[in-house]
Every structure is written in C-alpha cells, then in structure tokens.
Design a protein around this ligand. Structure first.
Ligand SMILES: O=C(CO)[C@H](O)[C@H](O)COP(=O)(O)O
Length: 231
C-alpha cells in the first residue's frame, strides 16, 4: 500500500516537469518511482536533463534513458524532486535514510525549487522519531561522536548514536563518509540543532533540510494532497 502511495506522489510530481527543465533527481524508493515516471515521459518526447543525487539514482535514470549531467556542468537547476523520511508542517525534513543526504542537500540547494514526494506515513507534527542521519568524516570518528553527543546535550536532547552498518562494516556514502543515526525521539528546535551540528569539524552534513522544500505531494487513501509550508 505504502509503495502504491509513493508511486502516486511520484507520478503527480512528474506531471510538473516542463520541457527544457534542469532537474535534480532524488534518491530512495519514492524517487525511483519518479525516475520511472520521468523516463516514460522522456521516451514520449520530453526533453529534460537531470542531475542525480546518488550513483544508485544515476544507474536507474540512465537505464530509463534520461539525459544526465553533473552539478559542475549545470550548477543551477530549475527543480529538484526527492523523497523524505519525515516532513513536519513547516516542510522541514529529515532525509538520509537512503544515505544520500549530502548530495541531496547540495542538489536541492542548487535548485530554484524543491518538491518532496512521499506517502502519508512521512507526515509528522514534530521531527525526530525517525533517526536523524549525520554524515561524518571517517577521520577522528571517536572525537566526532563525542562532539555530536555534547551538541545533543547542549540542545537538551539525548538518545543513541549508531554508526550505520556497524563498526565492522560501516556503511560508506557516495562521498566516502560514514553515517551516524541519532535516535533522538523528538527534535523541538530543528534550526538550532542544525546550526550546532554543522559547526562540528568532523560533521560533513546532517539530514535536517530547512527552508528547502516549496511543497510536498503526499499520497494516501484520499489520493494525492499538496502540502505547503505552514507559516
Ligand atoms: O533521503 C533519502 C535518501 O537519502 C530518501 O529520500 C528517504 O530516505 C526516503 O526514502 P523512501 O522514498 O525510500 O521512503
């Protein structure tokens, strides 16, 4: 069911793509539905160029026959379409469940607009039930973990910090980094936490996306709903 909702949201977003657009293309199972829907439109004659946010997305987009470029070649994009792990009423997101948060954030920030696609289970009142992914440089991992824990304490937060994949076989991102998943439960002030996390030298990026999403297409039993940021 949830996968059908993901597909519906993705197909709705594919309708917003206009000829000539330079597109950021997200990562994850919802984004994969978007890539397939976009591929169908491309094969029917739509001329667009996409910048993928992961190697996984690149492979699928290539297989779908979508013209691709890098962000070096196209540093300004019209629209990015991507999934999310959590979406709050301000359209602040938690992303990175699929491990692509760094490239996803760089691509979204280089886009004039970002549309989030999701099934309704991703809508939350307060972020934090989904573990917050924090991408870190492998160098000095122990010191970075201590600094991240101190940052949580300053922010009145506590919870397990788990190295994705475990210490024997850590998950490695497309950029060669590790991911720490922070089980915080509830993030009352995402903006403050985001600013504190990026100030830690070993932190490359975190999965809080603030002020990037213009709207979300969220699909559920009632069909696809357009969600805009609550002011
Ligand atoms: O941030 C992401 C990948 O880094 C994904 O957008 C997020 O994990 C949602 O995934 P899915 O669409 O599979 O539910």
């Amino acid at each position: 069911m949830s996968d059908d909702f993901k597909r519906l949201a993705a197909e709705r977003a594919a309708e917003d793509v206009k000829p000539g657009m330079k597109l950021g293309i997200g990562t994850g199972s919802t984004a994969e539905h978007f890539v397939r829907a976009l591929g169908a439109r491309v094969r029917a004659g739509l001329d667009v160029v996409g910048v993928p946010t992961s190697e996984r997305t690149r492979e699928l987009a290539e297989a779908e026959g979508i013209k691709l470029a890098t962000l070096e070649e196209l540093p300004e994009l019209d629209l990015t379409i991507d999934g999310a792990d959590e979406i709050d009423p301000a359209l602040t997101l938690v992303k990175g469940g699929g491990g692509a948060l760094l490239r996803e954030k760089i691509v979204a920030a280089a886009s004039k607009s970002m549309i989030v696609i999701a099934d309704e289970s991703k809508l939350v009142d307060t972020l934090g039930a989904f573990p917050l992914p924090i991408e870190v440089n492998p160098f000095g991992l122990g010191a970075t973990i201590k600094a991240v824990e101190a940052c949580f304490a300053r922010n009145g937060l506590q919870g397990k910090l788990v190295l994705r994949g475990g210490s024997d076989h850590p998950f490695v991102t497309d950029g060669g980094h590790y991911i720490l998943d922070a089980h915080l439960g509830r993030i009352a002030d995402a903006s403050r936490l985001a600013n504190d996390l990026v100030a830690i030298p070993g932190v490359v990026e975190h999965g809080l996306f603030l002020g990037l999403a213009a709207k979300a297409y969220v699909a559920g039993k009632q069909g696809v709903t357009t969600v805009e940021p609550a002011r």
